[in-house]
Design a protein around this ligand. Structure first.
Ligand code: NAP
Length: 315
């Protein structure tokens, strides 16, 4: 059954957290900052980014209530700290803020890979601090503090992957936080998350990066055609392939096993289609395309995408 859709997330009368710290002010960090302030999810929203120019820009944009000069300063006295940095930086940031985290605080993240983040963060977790990893399955191809907007998480999934034995209240409060921003929350293990996301997100990005690179290589011969006829499917790949290079480098380096497993299956399935084309086996092709069309309709029915006709009217 399709999850309940919200047209907006409503502002809370009382904040959920006293102080929220956001480390990393990119697309995700700035979107959380907008939403948390607008929807009164925290009494005070404090941000930090390692880049001075980004901190300055966050102040100009009025993101949160305060921009701190160090990660430790932002995390101090925070009830909820969210790491919004690339996956490969989560361990180092956790080490940097560990001694500033107060007992009872909830540490979380938004990384697109979960096992590697859990492994990198757990050794730095102080006694009495709860770690509830999260992954909002929402994004755009844009990065940086200007890219964020408060409705990014509305009607999007957010997956929580708490390690065994995590405090139930901390999980419930993290759930409330994401639901407060309009997300639909699901809980699963980090290993299952990494496998599911390898096929639904990581592999499609790798394919897009690859196909756009291939077309670029051909472009010496047919550059004008590649641009002119890009509506024929290629344009959607270029949007995905414009995603942040640092973020996606880290995703592939830190979800290596699951991505290689899915890539193996993908290559085998591609070989079946290649063979069908080579031997004129239209029945195999038609059967396959009919099956995949049903998957697309399922995604639209679940409210995770608009039908093409509606997209043409609204986008
Ligand atoms: P982004 O727009 O590139 O922003 C990341 C910010 O973190 C940058 O300003 C970066 O600064 C900063 N940063 C890097 N290392 C840091 C450190 N050690 N201390 C403090 N700040 C640091 O990235 P994003 O798209 O928001 O992604 C952030 C996280 O969200 C990633 O883990 C990603 O996997 C996850 N995520 C992304 C999406 C998406 O579609 N974009 C969706 C869901 C989840 P520099 O520029 O100086 O490196």
């Amino acid at each position: 059954m399709a999850p309940a859709q919200q047209s907006f997330a409503s502002r809370r009368s009382e904040p959920l957290f006293g102080r929220l710290a956001i480390i990393g002010i990119g697309l995700i960090g700035s979107s959380i900052a907008h939403a948390a302030k607008d929807l009164n999810l925290a009494g005070r929203v404090v941000l930090y980014d390692r880049d001075e120019a980004v901190r300055q820009r966050a102040r100009e944009l009025g993101l949160g209530h305060e921009v701190a000069e160090t990660a430790a300063e932002a995390a101090e006295q925070a009830d909820h700290v969210v790491l919004c940095v690339p996956v490969g930086a989560c361990g180092a940031v956790a080490a940097e803020i560990a001694s500033s985290l107060k007992p009872g605080a909830i540490l979380s993240d938004v990384g697109s890979v979960k096992n590697a983040v859990v492994e990198a963060v757990m050794p730095h977790l102080p006694e009495g601090v709860h770690f509830v990893p999260a992954h909002p399955v929402a994004g755009t191809e844009n990065s940086g503090p200007d890219a964020g907007f408060p409705s990014l998480f509305l009607n999007r999934w957010c997956i929580l992957t708490p390690p065994d034995g995590t405090d139930e209240t901390a999980i419930a409060r993290t759930r409330q936080f994401w639901e407060g921003m309009g997300a639909i929350v699901e809980v699963m293990t980090a290993t299952h998350h990494d496998l599911v996301l390898a096929v639904t997100s990581h592999l499609p990005h790798l394919i897009a990066y690859n196909i756009v690179g291939t077309a670029e290589d051909l472009a010496a011969v047919t550059q004008s055609e590649v641009i002119k006829f890009s509506a024929g499917g290629f344009r959607d790949f270029t949007r995905i392939a414009a995603s942040d290079p640092t973020m996606w480098r880290d995703v592939f380096l830190h979800n290596k096993d699951a991505v290689l497993e899915m890539l193996g299956r993908f290559s085998e399935d591609l070989a079946v289609l290649t063979r069908a084309i080579r031997f004129g086996d239209g029945e195999t092709l038609h059967k396959h395309f009919t099956r995949t069309r049903a998957i697309r309709r399922g995604i639209v029915a679940l409210g995770q995408e608009k039908p093409e006709t509606e997209k043409l009217r609204k986008d």
